[in-house]
Design a protein around this ligand. Structure first.
Ligand SMILES: Cc1cc2nc3c(=O)[nH]c(=O)nc-3n(C[C@H](O)[C@H](O)[C@H](O)COP(=O)(O)OP(=O)(O)OC[C@H]3O[C@@H](n4cnc5c(N)ncnc54)[C@H](O)[C@@H]3O)c2cc1C
Ligand SMILES: *[C@@H]1O[C@H](CO)[C@@H](O)[C@H](O)[C@H]1NC(C)=O
Ligand SMILES: *[C@@H]1O[C@H](CO)[C@@H](O)[C@H](O)[C@H]1NC(C)=O
Ligand SMILES: *[C@@H]1O[C@H](CO)[C@@H](O)[C@H](O)[C@H]1NC(C)=O
Ligand SMILES: *[C@@H]1O[C@H](CO)[C@@H](O)[C@H](O)[C@H]1NC(C)=O
Length: 501
């Protein structure tokens, strides 16, 4: 820092001070400055590398144009970039796998996007008990290295999802029944805080930050440059992906609900979720069912009722044994469409509530399809995933995580609404309508004493209040932790576009 910067930092009001000094908040030549500080690590518009960094899962993010992408290769590079951006008061954001659906989630118009694409190291400890992954890895990169070694980590279920976003917001995995969510199985974080310092957080070192990063997201705390994950021996998994006639929904919901309450006690390793979808190519509504088991070779008992379906109601049956990489590749979404997620949680103790949600969702989709000209592509889904008591118990280890779920809250269902579409003119409508339907779900659930309120960050819409629903205490603790590691509130004001405390 120069002398003037030091004086201003000393005022403890640098945001204000920089804002009133002409020139300091003008990002005009920030990319040239970054380019001379980090040679060959800055990409400018209209180049091949810039277009590569501009690939996002959702077109709503891909069409945003930052001034440049910075593509660091080491934590030191990240630190240099952060120091420059903060000293110059330049709005920025960070991209790992780029799977946030809404615009600005991990890209920034006219700002600077730090793309972690080159930070892809994967190192296995000599005792095979932990794997250290760089923050730019996608889950398939990790599985491609671990599968041949007979190892696995508690990670994502879709190939191109980034390790960072999934780990920082929570992380539902095939292996969650036995181990909890992905964030509960991180042993160490290396992170660049707002001062540019590179620090580590573990259960015993900077343990407040360690707690906050397990579910509290990254954007209020720092840029994680390394995750050390617990690993375990794993061969092929048993997996079944079914596409079925919509009339099976009632049976499938009953089985799912019983699984959420009892199934996980009978067979904690089993993993299961249920999807209602609408797809013109199947002539309307369909049911999707995904079931996994890390050690069985044939249909696990808890899932047998799902396979007693007349064959004429089964459109596709992909039941197989496969390793993690193959499973993640089979569930990769389509690139280049517009996307939106929104989510809420309810108690899983009533199948009737979910039957009613299915009916409400069908009415909602029928209406929106009717309001939309034929030929305009619309692909809505409602995904229902259990959070069993066993999973919440796993979340309490090492001082707990930031999500605010107690075993007595469970079992829960996460109810997620997703839309995929192509027409920009539908953005606001689909985003707003999804939020409205969730609010209605929440109202109905609360009326029946089945409300919960938890909003899972990784599936949340930007219109939702994530931290507010972690509980007042957890939100306060997260805010204090953010302030401790970012006392001048530089990340708070300059790192744009995600959930802020
Ligand atoms: C097809 C698909 C499948 C999915 N499957 C699952 C699943 O199986 N289980 C599950 O739990 N969730 C799943 N999700 C949700 C997923 O966890 C979130 O979308 C997650 O945020 C994606 O992470 P990312 O790194 O790809 O996203 P990004 O958009 O790159 O990042 C998300 C947020 O994290 C910030 N960030 C990125 N890297 C860092 C870093 N190193 N340090 C600090 N902050 C950082 C970004 O700035 C942004 O705010 C899925 C999503 C999709 C679209
Ligand atoms: C960025 O830096 C490289 C290498 O130092 C240089 O060749 C290039 O011209 C610079 N690009 C811009 C747009 O300034
Ligand atoms: C990129 O190219 C397009 C046309 O190909 C041009 O209109 C635009 O000004 C260029 N942008 C920059 C930043 O050079
Ligand atoms: C769910 O199943 C019931 C009973 O089979 C049926 O009436 C209803 O239409 C189905 N819902 C959807 C969305 O297809
Ligand atoms: C799917 O296939 C498996 C094995 O091929 C079979 O055991 C199972 O019953 C089938 N499930 C359904 C729903 O048809």
């Amino acid at each position: 820092m120069g002398r003037l910067d030091l004086v201003l930092a000393g005022l403890a009001l640098p945001g204000l001070a920089f804002a009133i000094l002409p020139g300091f908040n003008n990002p005009g030549n920030i990319c040239e400055t970054l380019n001379s500080t980090l040679p060959n690590l800055v990409t400018f518009p209209n180049t091949t590398l810039y277009e590569q960094s501009s690939q996002y899962w959702s077109l709503r993010q891909a069409e945003i144009r930052p001034r440049c992408y910075v593509t660091p290769q080491t934590a030191q590079h990240v630190s240099k970039a952060v120091k420059l951006l903060i000293t110059r008061n330049v709005p920025f954001t960070v991209k790992s796998g780029g799977h946030t659906g809404y615009p600005g989630g991990s890209n920034i118009q006219d700002g600077v996007t730090i793309d972690l694409v080159y930070m892809k190291q994967i190192t296995i400890s000599p005792d095979r008990k932990t794997v250290t992954v760089g923050p730019g890895n996608r889950w398939v990169d990790v599985a491609d290295v671990l599968d041949p070694l007979g190892l696995a980590v508690i990670g994502g279920r879709s190939s191109n999802v980034g390790v960072s976003g999934l780990l920082l917001g929570g992380g539902i995995s095939y292996f969650s029944g036995l181990h909890g969510w992905a964030c509960d199985n991180v042993k160490l974080y290396e992170i660049v805080v707002a001062s540019g310092d590179i620090i580590t957080a573990t259960a015993t070192k900077n343990s407040d930050l360690f707690w906050a990063l397990r579910g509290g997201g990254g954007s209020n705390f720092g840029i994680v440059t390394k995750f050390e994950l617990n690993s375990f021996e794993q061969g092929e998994l048993w997996a079944s992906s079914l596409i079925l006639h919509p009339s099976v929904n009632a049976t499938y919901v009953d089985v799912l609900q019983s699984f959420a309450v009892n199934g996980n006690l009978q067979d904690p390793a089993a993993h299961h979720y249920f999807i209602m979808a609408y797809a013109r190519e199947f002539g309307g509504f369909i049911v999707l069912s995904d079931q996994f088991h890390p050690s069985k070779k044939t249909i696990p008992d808890v899932f047998k009722p799902l396979h007693q379906v007349p064959p004429q109601l089964v459109y596709m049956n992909n039941t197989r044994l496969d390793k993690v990489a193959g499973l993640t590749r089979a569930s990769e979404g389509r690139l280049g469409a517009r996307q939106n997620f929104a989510v809420m949680a309810v108690k899983a103790t009533s199948a009737g509530l979910i039957h009613d949600f299915v009916a409400m969702w069908k009415e909602f989709v029928d209406r929106i399809v009717a309001e939309t000209p034929e030929g305009v592509r619309l692909q809505p889904m409602m995904v229902i995933q259990p959070i069993t008591v066993g999973v919440i118990q796993m979340m309490q280890r090492n001082g707990g995580n930031a999500l605010g779920l107690k075993p007595s809250d469970g079992p829960l269902f996460l109810v997620m609404l997703s839309w995929e579409w192509d027409e920009r003119s539908l953005d606001e409508k689909l985003e707003g309508e999804s939020k409205k339907l969730l609010d209605e779900f929440d109202r109905v659930a609360r009326q029946r004493g089945l409300g919960n309120g938890f909003v899972y960050m990784n599936y949340a819409s930007r219109l939702q209040d994530v931290y507010g629903n972690y509980g007042l205490l957890n939100k306060g603790r997260l805010a204090l932790t953010a302030l401790k590691y970012d006392p001048l509130m530089r990340y708070k004001s300059l790192w744009k576009g995600y959930f802020k405390l």
